[in-house]
Design a protein around this ligand. Structure first.
Ligand code: ADP
Length: 444
């Protein structure tokens, strides 16, 4: 494993900062686009307004000129000019001679002309109204833009950081789990239903599942080690007896014991490997269309003597005519395991019955006994590898039968079910889909 320093995750470049930068860039681009679009329109409006003003002013000038006469008009214009008007004025007679001129008409930005029979008056506006508007607006607009920019940066950063909080919590938990290996850590969930909350929720479910799997594997390994110790110790004891013994008959007996114990260990390892193979989806199944009733009948026949010896009545109560696409050897093995248990955990005088039911999309094989039943707390654990409920420890068995049944049935795409009442008996079911293999959804 690498050093602790390299285990540490690199401090991430802040996503919030990057999103904020993008947001601000988009904000600036939008404002620029808005200004670029709005500016010509505003300028046009100012220019139109200016034209109208000049036109109306020339009308007033003409009226003053006509009603007061040129000298009085000149006087009024000069006085007004002293008050700061930038207009240029030119008055000409009908022959085009200039009678009065003030300011430079040809340098005007906009001119308006009115003509009577004897006179022509021209008014020119020298000042640029747009420049004036611009100058007046500039400080306010710049201040407003600076404020909006600050608000955009601060707001975007705050909102993004808040929104990314669950993601940071998730990264912190993932980091803790990867460094410490402690699968009991969880991401705090706030109960919302947005995408990030869903991610936290799914991440926690994944951790839970992993924790369960790892704990299950540890327990299995402990159980295997524990359960192997007894037969191996006995095997070694028998081998030592054989070695030390001078009596060939005693030595042969001891060797026979070693063979028996080795067989027990091998059977346990074989079953464990079968279960692992089936659970990993690697069990090779030779599926053929099989009449389930026939498999049940075979198994009943196989256990007839065992049941008779135990003083138990074993019979089939209902057999529907249902064909399933299964590996007959494996399913027969599963039914046999259920029968073996039913007989083992039912006292003499009890009954064990087998039913084969056609339930449409499924076929069910139910093995029912009138035995000792199972404590409700033990029910979820009976399918675990090497699990044996306390009262069963005095009876022969490896604690692997039901694990194998479940693994084999799951490999066929089916499921197992159990109902049990202490003192009254149990009913174990194998449920297998009846749909033909080609119409079933194949999981890759
Ligand atoms: P084993 O029978 O070798 O102990 P199994 O995996 O077949 O292992 O069963 C696990 C446990 O489930 C048994 O130890 C027993 O406690 C319980 N069990 C299984 N079948 C029955 C049954 N028919 N009646 C009562 N208990 C049962």
């Amino acid at each position: 494993m690498s050093s602790a320093a390299s285990e540490r995750i690199r401090r991430p470049r802040s996503l919030a900062a990057r999103i904020t930068l993008w947001y601000v860039a988009i904000f600036i681009a939008s404002v620029a686009a808005l200004v670029a679009l709005a500016l010509p329109a505003v300028r046009d409006a100012v220019s139109t307004e200016h034209t109208i003003t000049v036109e109306s002013r020339v009308q007033r000038h003409l009226a003053a000129l006509v009603t007061r006469g040129l000298p009085a008009y000149e006087h009024a214009v000069e006085q007004a000019a002293q008050l700061g008007t930038d207009d240029a004025v030119r008055v000409q007679d009908a022959a085009g001679r200039t009678l009065y001129e003030r300011g430079n008409i040809s340098a005007s930005l906009r001119t308006a002309t009115r003509t009577t029979r004897e006179l022509q008056i021209e008014l020119g506006a020298v000042a640029d109204p747009w420049a004036a508007v611009r100058e007046r607006l500039r400080p306010g607009v710049l201040l407003l833009l600076a404020f909006a920019l600050l608000l955009a940066i601060g707001g975007a950063f705050y909102v993004t950081r808040q929104a990314l909080r669950p993601l940071r919590a998730l990264a912190a938990t993932a980091h803790d789990v990867s460094v410490s290996g402690d699968l009991s850590r969880r991401v705090p969930e706030r109960g919302g239903d947005d995408e990030l909350e869903q991610l936290s929720h799914l991440f926690n479910r994944m951790l839970e599942r992993n924790q369960r799997l790892v704990t299950g594997m540890r327990e299995s390994l402990d159980n295997v080690a524990h359960d192997l110790r007894t037969p191996l110790t006995r095997l070694r004891g028998a081998a030592e007896v054989a070695l030390r013994s001078d009596d060939p008959a005693l030595a042969r007996d001891a060797l026979a014991d070693t063979v028996e114990e080795s067989e027990r260990v091998l059977a346990m390892l074989r079953t464990l490997m079968d279960i692992s193979e089936a659970e990993a989806g690697l069990m090779r199944l030779s599926r053929v269309p099989t009449l389930l009733g026939q498999l049940a009948a075979d198994s009943i026949e196989l256990y007839a003597h065992v049941a008779e010896d135990a003083g138990i009545s074993l019979s089939s109560t209902r057999t529907d005519d249902v064909t399933v696409d299964v590996d007959p050897t494996r399913i027969r093995q599963a039914i046999a395991n259920l029968l073996d248990n039913a007989i083992k955990y039912t006292p003499a005088g009890g009954t064990v019955t087998v039913e084969v039911l056609d339930e449409g999309a499924h076929a069910r094989i139910r093995v029912r006994d009138t035995g000792e039943g199972i404590e409700p707390e033990a029910i979820p654990r009976i399918w675990d590898r090497l699990y044996r409920a306390d009262p069963s420890r005095s009876r022969p068995g490896l604690g692997l039968g039901l694990s194998l049944v479940r693994a084999v049935v799951a490999a066929h795409g089916g499921r197992v079910e159990v109902e049990s009442e202490v003192g009254r008996g149990s009913a174990f079911s194998i449920v297998i889909p009846t749909a033909p293999a080609e119409t079933r959804i194949v999981r890759q």
